[in-house]
Design a protein around this ligand. Sequence first.
Ligand code: UDP
Ligand code: MG
Length: 310
Amino acid sequence: MDKTLSIVLPSYNEEQMIEKTTETISDIMERERIPYELIFVNDGSKDGTWDKILEQKEKNTHVKGVCFSRNFGKESAISAGLDQAAGACVAVMDCDLQHPPETLVTMYRLWESGFQVIEGIKASRGKESPIYKMFAKTFYKIISNATGIDMSRASDFKLLDRQVVDEYLKLPERNVFFRALSSWVGFKTTYVEFDVQKREAGESKWSFKSLVKYAVNNISAFSAAPMQIVTFFGFIFFLVAVVLGIQSLYMYFSGHAVEGFTTVILLLLFVGSVLMFSLGVIGYYISKIYEEVKMRPRYIISEIVGSDEE
Ligand code: UDP
Ligand code: MG
């Protein structure tokens, strides 16, 4: 029976890491006698990442490479890696070695013992600023509520059985959130804790802007809560309207008609801005629907090396 472990490594501007990562992982796999393949997905890097991948492919027959035509983002890179993976199980990990490769062995052994989804859970969240921590906490709270799964320490570091990968790849949507969807598909799951390592070279690709985009994108993909909040506001406004309406009518009939210019202006501005905000939320969801119905591919490949179909 084939027991090959495919390891998917999304790589964006990681020229300094490719060689080190390949060597570290292959040493461990050889030592543990785990049949493996490494699938580097070059996500439109602007540096020499692709050349480094080609170089490793020449040196090591276990290396495969996929090159995107431009940067499509980590989620797309993961999808492409899963598409290319030929193994009986597939692990996804960062190619900056922040996900300790030793944990792969633990995950693989759990897979051998019959688990189909082995989730890497962050033992600690690593070094982060308090503000970042606060945002991350809120974000994960919303996502956890929407999915019913505790996501606060979830990561993209996972090992999935072939059956699970096939189900994941069947999902028709363009906007995927691997971290949550791998739990969503179900199957026999277990967890492995790992410590997030320090990045050895290169730098994190996250900026504040990209994090906000990521959060909004994934919340909208998993939850209709923002639209429910709009409904909630509508309801509150209605209650206030009834009370104020009764009060105004009472004043009118009792001959104390309100002067209230300020009140009118404030109400107008307030209601106006809430309306705009609500329209924005709805517009956002519509734009997401629009993106999905266009049915564009998750990514475009410009080159593949090391694959059997080559
Ligand atoms: N990555 C990617 N495409 C992107 C951004 C990042 O494939 O557009 C990869 C990156 O090369 C790395 C992983 O995703 O292997 C995690 O990225 P990073 O280390 O920047 O995130 P952090 O570890 O800081 O959360
Ligand atoms: Mg990293």
